[in-house]
Every structure is written in C-alpha cells, then in structure tokens.
Design a protein around this ligand. Structure first.
Ligand SMILES: NC(=O)c1ccc[n+]([C@@H]2O[C@H](COP(=O)([O-])OP(=O)(O)OC[C@H]3O[C@@H](n4cnc5c(N)ncnc54)[C@H](O)[C@@H]3O)[C@@H](O)[C@H]2O)c1
Length: 245
C-alpha cells in the first residue's frame, strides 16, 4: 500500500476534507494522527478507522497554541515514530463580512489559526523530516488565496499567505527530500453533510457542481505519496474549472 508504515498527521481531521484525508491515508497503510478541537467527531473518526482495520491516534489540539502543538507532536512521535507526512488542513473560513466590518480581533484569530497554525505544525514536524531525509508537507489553501473572495478579505489573506509560505519553504527544503505543496479547493460540499463522496449543484465552476471531500483527499494523498516525487513548491487548484467570481 502507498503509505505502509508511514506516520501521517492531519490537522482539522474531525470533519470534511481533513477527515476524508485521514480515512484515506489510514486505508492505505499510514499510521494516522488526527488533531482537532472537536472531540466528539474525533471519537467517531477513531471508531471508523479502527473498524476498517486502520491505525489512528486522535488528539484534541488547538493549532493556534504553539505549546499544545508541540505537546501533541511529541505524543504522536512517541506513539508512531517520526512524522513523515503532514497535512495542514485546520482553518477558519465561514465568515462572510465586508472588509470594514471585520474587527481586528477576528483578523488576529484568522491569522493565528490559518497562518500561525501552519507555522507551528510545520516547525514541529520539519526537523525529523530533514533528519530522515524524507517528508511530505501538504498545505490546504483555497482559491480565495489565489483570486481573493469578496467579503472574505481576511480569509483570502490567510490563504494567500499559506500559498506563499508553501512556495518559499519548498525552495529551502526540497533538496533535502522534503516536498512542500498546497492544494486550493474551490467550492466543496459542506462538511456538515458528513458524506465523503457527496457533490451538489454549484454555479461557481464549469463542471456545475461542488467537489467532494474525497476528491480533495485524493489530491492531498497524491501529493503525500511517492508518485509525486518530482513535485514541490506547487499550488494546485481543485475547483471544477472555476469561474473567476
Ligand atoms: N469547504 C470548502 O468549501 C473549502 C474551500 C476552500 C478551502 N477549504 C479549506 O479546506 C480546509 C478544510 O475545510 P472543510 O470545509 O473541509 O472543514 P471545516 O471548515 O468544516 O472544518 C475544519 C476543521 O478544523 C477544525 N479546527 C478549526 N480551528 C481549529 C484549531 N484552532 N485547531 C484545531 N482544529 C481546528 C474544526 O474543528 C473542524 O473540524 C480548510 O483549510 C479550508 O479553508 C475549504
């Protein structure tokens, strides 16, 4: 199997794209560490993966808390060994507010989770990847970070930062076996639907439908695999051929 014996950590893994990614990685042999704030959904994820014969450790962790991140990564390493695959997926995105109505506190919260969360998790995983000469970092960004979304200035700015961080870090570490890429989803089926394969009508793209969580997980797992061995520093939009709205 593609990820046999490899340790993979996914943030924001309780629902949606992160959950589908954790399930897929485990189904292909990875030892998965699933981080999230939502303990109830983490418990159902653990049951789902273990029932299917996979290996998983779930931990409540706020990615915007550096100390909590370092503790979670240390616990993960103790359980499964060094992390080889890191999927930075946790983020806030559901606020649709005109720029002047977004307060500084919300800006800081978005920056802390969507940007600094990626920084803390990457700092925690990278030394072992460099030491082992092998790593895959996949950052979940957004088309909002490429085009900018109306009434989502704050969110768009954080995802633009994640894309730039991906491109810049790749230039530092790709020659040491650590490949860093981003995926930028367009419109994805709402994670509340709790169906990895569900897609529904959408006017936002030329395919006329939302992307499913598993379609996004498939791309993330491609970047996590050895099939992507000559790709680094890229941001791939997975958006059904989006109309630029
Ligand atoms: N769903 C979409 O339409 C869409 C589109 C473009 C990009 N994305 C990106 O995809 C990723 C996943 O989105 P989704 O819609 O599948 O999931 P979601 O937004 O429904 O859930 C995100 C998960 O992250 C967790 N989380 C939030 N803050 C956290 C924190 N501080 N620490 C730890 N966990 C935290 C939440 O509890 C939740 O389980 C995000 O990075 C999002 O920006 C989503």
């Amino acid at each position: 199997m593609r990820f046999d014996g490899k340790t993979a950590l996914v943030t924001g893994a309780a629902v949606g794209i992160g959950r589908a990614t954790a399930v897929k990685l485990a189904s292909e042999g990875a030892n998965v560490i699933a981080l999230d704030l939502n303990e109830e959904m983490l418990a159902t994820l653990k049951e789902e993966i273990e029932t299917a014969g996979g290996k998983v450790m779930t931990l409540r962790c706020d990615v915007s808390d550096e100390r909590a991140v370092n503790e979670a990564f240390a616990a993960a390493k103790k359980e499964f060994g060094p992390i080889r695959i890191l999927v930075n997926n946790a983020a806030l995105w559901r606020d649709f507010t005109p720029f002047l109505e977004v307060g500084v506190n919300l800006w800081k919260q978005y920056m802390d989770i969507n940007v600094m969360g990626v920084v803390y998790c990457t700092r925690a995983a990278l030394p072992d990847m460099l030491e082992g000469g092998y790593g895959r970092i996949i950052n979940v960004a957004s088309v909002a970070g490429v085009y900018g979304n109306r009434n989502m200035v704050c969110y768009s700015a954080t995802k633009g930062a994640v894309i730039a961080m991906t491109q810049a870090l790749a230039k530092e570490v790709s020659d040491k076996g650590v490949l860093v890429n981003a995926v930028s989803p367009g419109t994805v089926t709402s994670s509340e639907k709790n169906d990895y394969y569900l897609s529904s009508e959408s006017p936002a793209n030329y395919m006329g439908r939302t992307g499913s969580d598993m379609e996004n997980a498939n791309l993330i797992c491609f970047f996590a695999s050895d099939e992507a061995s000559y790709i680094s520093g890229q941001n791939l939009q997975i958006d059904g051929c989006r109309k630029k709205i």
